[in-house]
Write a protein that binds this ligand. Sequence first.
Ligand code: HEM
Length: 109
Amino acid sequence: MSDTPATYRPAQIWLHWIAVIGVILQIGFNSAIVAVVDAREAGQAPADADMAWAMFHVSIGFVILLAVIARLVLRFRHGVPGHAPGTSAAQGVVAELWPLRIHIVHPCG
Ligand code: HEM
């Protein structure tokens, strides 16, 4: 890994916003995949439209996964800027742990 950079690279910023938009889409468009799971659990065939939107949910989920992997690669290759001056140790710990929250709350995200 190189020395601590002063700023994020454009690719890191793009990947960040791709993940943000992806997560917003996932939160907004999950009723179809929930309907598919509910229909299957009830022994019924899911509606075609629900299946299509469920595939959208899964596809966007994998796009987010790829964006996360690419960001990890960039982080290990090029590093990331340090915390802002004046950040306390406790704030630093929260800032490091906060990105993990989505993986704790979602069944397979
Ligand atoms: C960061 C990526 C993702 C986010 C933010 C996300 C978000 C969500 C949300 C908010 C729900 C609704 C949960 C509920 O109402 O109970 C949901 C349901 C679901 N998601 Fe995702 N999701 C992501 C990725 C994925 C991926 C990659 C898959 C599959 C490989 C997936 C499969 C499912 C399934 C099967 C359900 C329905 C669960 C159920 O009803 O039991 N999700 N997701």
